[in-house]
Each structure stands twice: as C-alpha cells, then as structure tokens.
Ligand binder design. Structure first.
Ligand SMILES: NC(=O)C1=CN([C@@H]2O[C@H](COP(=O)(O)OP(=O)(O)OC[C@H]3O[C@@H](n4cnc5c(N)ncnc54)[C@H](O)[C@@H]3O)[C@@H](O)[C@H]2O)C=CC1
Ligand SMILES: O=C(O)C1=N[C@H](C(=O)O)C[C@H](O)C1
Length: 264
C-alpha cells in the first residue's frame, strides 16, 4: 500500500485525484491539505461522499509530522508549490507535483535536495500521455523545422501563463535547435505583446477562454509547408493515469524527474 496525501483536494484536479486514489487498491489516501477550514474530515465537505473519512490538514508541516505519508501529490497553486515541495523533500516525503509555475532556479534547488537526500520526486507539467508525446514529437520535429511557435489554450480560471506544458515544450525544443530570433529581423510590435512571450526565441501565445480545458498546438513552418502537432484534454480524467503512474514510479526513484517523458 502506498500512503498518499493530496494538496488541493477540492480543486478541479484535486477532486479527480482524490477519487482516483480512493479507488486504487494499491493506494491509501491518508490525508489531504486544504487552505480553508472545511471540517476535520474530507467527508464533511459537500464535494465528497460520507465514506471519505480522510483527515484534513491546514498546514503541510503538521500533516507530515502526524501522518508521515509516502507521497504528497500537489495540485494547489503556483504560489505555494515550491514551499510545499521543499518541505516534503526535507522531511522524507516523495513529492509528485502537478502544480505548475516553478522557476528554473527553484527546480534546480529541488533537484539538488532530492539527489542529496536520495529521495524520489516527480515534477510533471502535464500528466496526460498525449501531451507528453506531443512534447516529445515537438522536440523531434524541431531538429528539422527550426521555426516554431507554441499556442496554448486553457480555461479562464488558470492562474499562470504560459502553461507549464508550453514552457516545458519550449525548453525541450530549445535543447535541439540553435537559438535564433524568428520572424522579420526588423519586425516591430505596434501593440505590445502581439508576438507573444519568448523562450529562447520561441514565441509562446496563451489563450484563456471559458469552455476550454487544456489544449496546445505546436506549429512548425518550412518552405511551402506547415506542420502542426496538437493535443486536447477535454476533461481532467485525461490526467489521472499519469497521476497513478507517477505515484507508483516515485516510490522507486532516488532523484527528481522533470517531465514524464523521462520515465515512460
Ligand atoms: N500536471 C498536470 O497534468 C496538470 C496540472 N494542473 C495544475 O494543477 C494546479 C491546480 O489546478 P486546478 O485543479 O485546475 O486549480 P483549482 O484552482 O481548481 O484547484 C486548486 C485548489 O488548491 C487549493 N489551494 C490553494 N492554495 C492552497 C494551499 N496553500 N494549500 C492547500 N490547498 C490550496 C484551492 O482552494 C483549490 O481548491 C495548477 O497549477 C494547474 O496548472 C492542472 C491540470 C493538469
Ligand atoms: O491549469 C491547467 O488546467 C493545466 N495546467 C497544466 C499546465 O500549465 O500545463 C497542465 C494542463 O495544461 C492543464
């Protein structure tokens, strides 16, 4: 039995993850972390059935000291995720991080602590297998099509931009193609932001609209041709096989892995 705790249980991802862990026969949901007073047990919250008698904690430090979970799955907010990850790594709890918004410096620091403590940690910008393949194929294509732009599209409640997936896609592409500025050498934005954000010269455009879930297009342009890779998550169930996979895998790791493509 893997003893799992989840951060952000009432969120869009958190609710799915709670049901996923509760229904997995190799896992036990031993605690959840919320930031609002919702009662002592998850079952007191209207989102969950009366049988979910899982203790609710309001701070991670007391959750860890009283429950000592094997794994902490973070599905909270970009503002808290670094602090949560550090606390887990310093207290022998393996983090599985779905929350986005890590800076490169923060990732580097977590990676060092995980290695020093020989503790597994997974930071997964996207748990959906199709999205992981899209990122991998984008890096393959960039070796042949160096001119590329990323368009990510999400629901309008998303707090961070660009998405963690778009950021990771750009990092993977930047590893295989020489850095260069795209478009006309003297192009000017008459409206600031019109050409999107830039990661190593790769434009990233973020769309936020009600009705969307999580979608990304990677467009490669070449002489007389356009090659487009696209992935759509139509619901949050699409992420759950990746969550289960990560909880199982992190138990056998002794370092931080950034992106499921490295362990699939
Ligand atoms: N890696 C992946 O495949 C995916 C990652 N995400 C990421 O997961 C995160 C959560 O996404 P959603 O569920 O859509 O957001 P959400 O806003 O629906 O849920 C976040 C939940 O965390 C709670 N929360 C906020 N601060 C907290 C704290 N300090 N401690 C405990 N709980 C806290 C909120 O009350 C809320 O219930 C985002 O960063 C999002 O980008 C979302 C979908 C897939
Ligand atoms: O906030 C979301 O919804 C999602 N966040 C992740 C990201 O930022 O890439 C993963 C997925 O795109 C859904």
């Amino acid at each position: 039995m893997i003893r799992v705790a989840i951060g952000g249980p009432r969120g869009k991802m958190g609710q799915e993850a709670v049901h996923t862990v509760m229904n997995n026969e190799n896992m036990e949901l031993v605690a959840v972390l919320d930031h609002k007073e919702i009662g002592d047990l998850l079952s007191e919250s209207p989102e969950f059935p009366a049988s979910y008698d899982v203790p609710v904690f309001l701070d991670l430090e007391s959750l860890i000291s009283s429950i000592k979970p094997d794994v902490f799955v973070d599905l909270t907010t970009p503002h808290q995720v670094f602090e949560h990850t550090m606390m887990c790594l310093q207290n022998a709890v393996r983090p599985v991080i779905g929350t986005t918004g890590f800076s490169e410096a923060q990732l580097e620091l977590c990676s060092k602590i995980a290695k020093d403590n020989e503790l597994g940690c997974i930071v997964a910008p996207n748990f959906a297998i199709g999205a992981v393949l899209m990122m991998k194929f984008a890096a393959m294509a960039a070796a042949y099509f160096p001119d590329v732009e990323i368009i990510e599209m999400h629901h309008d409640q998303k707090l961070d931009a660009p998405s963690g997936t778009a950021y990771k896609t750009a990092q993977m592409i930047a590893e295989v193609r020489p850095s260069h500025k795209q478009g006309h050498p003297t192009e000017e934005e008459t409206l600031p932001g019109a050409r999107g954000a830039s990661y190593d010269g790769i434009p990233i455009h973020s769309v936020r609209l009600p009705g969307l879930v999580a979608h990304q297009q990677v467009m490669f342009g070449g002489e007389g041709q356009l090659f487009t890779l696209r992935h759509d998550s139509f619901n949050r169930q699409s992420f759950m096989s990746g969550v289960t996979f990560s909880i199982n895998q992190v138990m056998d790791l002794k370092e931080l892995v950034y992106g499921l493509e490295n362990i699939l």
